[in-house]
Ligand binder design. Structure first.
Ligand code: ADP
Ligand code: MG
Length: 240
């Protein structure tokens, strides 16, 4: 089968809270192969963001091991972690996180310029991704001149422009109306069909069922499929 992209083994995360130790991830193990489209589904407070921050190399864990693209991250320093993140992961957030002062084109060029890609090349690559996402006719617009769905398309172009190995999306449709949200989810399917590996974090079962594999996180523990601890995987009333 596919090559493993993500491998978490027995990940624990504690927070220190006024002298008390609060354990929020209790030994999470998860493997994701290249080319998968996975949803991590869980209610508020279950540990989704904490796990996403670890998978995204934005935060550290206290016990266990995590490797991405065969690289164990536990002993990397902050600088190495940042480098790894910039090279391997494209992030998509609920509220797009576009820079308001910059145009669509500049927003998408930026990750390449930061990496030292020459300007002309960055311009061509950014244009190409924006074309692919149907935003080629909005290059000079500012984010606030776009609809939410359009802003999310620009954010997706920005996430993809560096050719990351992983697209990591946190509630990517959370700020969109339901029909625009569905368009974004359709786009995710198309990107996955093109070979992109996607991990999407959501609290919404209807959103999660668009992925090709769903795991659940409940109170800091991970469950896959029907299981005694978490009960059967609920069936979404309207998957499409
Ligand atoms: N910086 C922090 N310090 C202390 N507790 C935290 C911190 N961040 C998150 N938590 C706690 O960890 C648990 C999981 O939080 P989080 O990962 O944000 O959940 P979710 O994203 O699923 O809503 C919650 O109980 C939350 O209160
Ligand atoms: Mg969260």
């Amino acid at each position: 089968m596919g090559e493993t992209l993500i491998r978490c083994e027995g990940i624990y995360k504690y927070y220190q809270l006024g002298g008390q130790q609060l354990e929020v991830l209790h030994g999470i193990s998860l493997s994701v192969d290249m080319g998968e489209y996975l949803a991590i589904l869980g209610p508020s407070g279950s540990g989704k963001s904490t796990l996403m921050n670890i998978i995204g190399c934005m935060d550290r864990f206290n016990k266990g091991s995590y490797s991405i693209a065969g690289i164990p991250v536990a002993h990397l320093d902050d600088e190495q972690l940042t480098l790894l993140r910039n090279r391997l992961i494209g992030f998509i957030f609920q509220r797009y996180h576009l820079l308001p002062k910059y145009t669509v084109l500049q927003n998408v060029m930026l990750p390449l310029l930061v990496r030292g890609v020459p300007r002309g090349q960055a311009l061509e690559r950014a244009k190409k991704k924006l074309d692919m996402l149907g935003m080629g006719n909005r290059l000079q617009h500012k984010p606030n001149e776009l609809s939410g769905g359009q802003q999310q398309r620009v954010a997706i172009a920005r996430a993809l422009v560096g050719e990351p190995k992983l697209l990591l999306a946190d509630e990517p449709t959370g700020a969109l109306d339901s029909s625009t949200g569905k368009e974004v989810l359709k786009l995710f399917r198309e990107l996955n069909d093109m070979g992109h590996t996607i991990v999407m974090i959501t609290h919404d079962l209807n959103v999660a069922t668009h992925a090709r594999r769903v795991v659940r996180i409940i109170d800091g523990a991970l469950y896959e499929g029907d299981c005694a601890e978490a009960g059967p995987l609920p069936v979404a009333p309207s998957a499409n």
